[in-house]
Design a protein around this ligand. Sequence first.
Ligand SMILES: [Zn+2]
Length: 378
Amino acid sequence: MAFEAFESSLKTLEMLNGLASTLFRARPVILYTFISRFSPNSHGFLTITPTRLFTPAASLRRDENKEVDDYAELKEKVENFGICCNSVTPEEYTRLMCPKCKGGRSMEKSLSFHMSSKRNSALWRCFNIDCGWAGQIPHNSAASDGVHQRGRINFPRILTEESLNLEPLGDMLAAYFSKRMISMNTLKRNHVMQMAGDQIIIAFTYRRNGMLIGCKYRTLEKRFWQEKGADKVLYGLDDVREADEIIIVEGEIDKLSVEEAGFPNCVSVPNGAPQGIASKELLPLEEDTRFSYLWNCNECLEKASRIVLATDGDLPGQALAEELARRLGKERCWQVCWPKKNELSSYKDANEVLVNLGREALKEAIECAVPYEMQNLN
Ligand SMILES: [Zn+2]
């Protein structure tokens, strides 16, 4: 009897799994969340590890093999152009040595290269002004019109500290950060810079694999803007590349504050908090643009076994925590409660705690995070 019930539950789960993949074309993280809501835990005896549910069906496996073959073929074509793409991660931009100019006088990796195993395409451009070599291997021309595809692929701008007119932090901003208890060491380690010129503008540089890929600006009057056309990623991404535990905060200064409390394994979302929680089901990945940074950083996030959400204590901050948790899987999320300021209110964020209560108090608040699902019972 128990076995029959188990089998039928398993079938239901597998059906849901199929349904979820069809409906959402979701990555495992979403799938896990989706299924966990339907898991018949109440039966008491049913324990299935999530990975059991992701075993690909035989047909799926064939597709994967085909993808692997296509990818090997694509790689060979690229290598015929003299481009060595062993260090390339598909779907990400990588800088490689240009086989034409070898990086010119500075001998830097001047070839911006992108390869997509999904679209079976590759494209590249050398940003050494004296060279400028560019090329592409089009999307499988038999499958669709290559011309149309061509028009849609845009190269992101190549960013450098010089092209953005950035310079090291001056005295004024060093004093500003010192008041916010952020040390020069932390600022340097995170490559916080300023815009050259008369105005005082902080430049938070966004990097991936050490390369500058975006920049967010902030005036002392709290006006924000970002470099256009940059890939949306988490701030501090390289600090969580191998982390088993990741702390997520709501702003760049909070990331720096958490580092002051002894946790470099922290990232900030790039675009603050939403106004409220979207009540509807999660959007398919392609349309989930507000949270595209999560999917762009998934290779780092998916490795973490524990994610500590340390967003602001206000309503938008709590909405952000909920939106992050439902995408990352609530099961592995913990939430920080900021310490009380007085009878009626609490401190708002990591920097407020650091400035008012100090490093130890901030460290303690983070260490006392509670499981997300326990904190948000309803
Ligand atoms: Zn070149």
